[in-house]
Design a protein around this ligand. Sequence first.
Ligand SMILES: [Zn+2]
Length: 191
Amino acid sequence: MKYVAIVMVMALASCGGGGSGADTISRGGLVATKLGSVPGPGGCGVSNAYRVTEAAGVRLTQAATINRKTAERLDGWLRNHAIPIIGNRGGGLTGIQVAAHYACRSRNSRKGARLSEHAKGNAIDISAFILADGTRITVLGWRGRDGKMLKRLHASACGPFGTVLGPEADRHHQDHFHFDTADYRSGSYCR
Ligand SMILES: [Zn+2]
């Protein structure tokens, strides 16, 4: 076996910005296989890459290749924000639908555009939140009855993630949230 599966138990520093998160210690629930360095053409590729199948005990519908920082932020955001926001609705949050993770492509897959954070393993796209009873809260429902909860989820990711994009951002983000951990001197960009 090429890779050694490990369960990462990491100290998580919930980032400021959102204001509601305190520093917490992870009690596990982040299940990830260490990939190390994932090579890619041009500027693509992921260093310190992990293949994440579960974060904060929440199952990912497809394994996500992301770097360690992004894995930690996802784990912390789910634990400190998404799980409490969803609360007991439908028996609680058990899964997230992963629409995209590592991909060697430009922003919004447009020719000539800058390289996407997905191309560096800094980003994950989430299209739905899956509850214990099978209910799916989809980002497409932004303007529907789940809108209030989706807006809370979106806002809570601002801070833990440096860039948060959703249906208000542009036409490319009508059906998913884009979260990435790229650092900007000006602080988080959330829309
Ligand atoms: Zn994205």
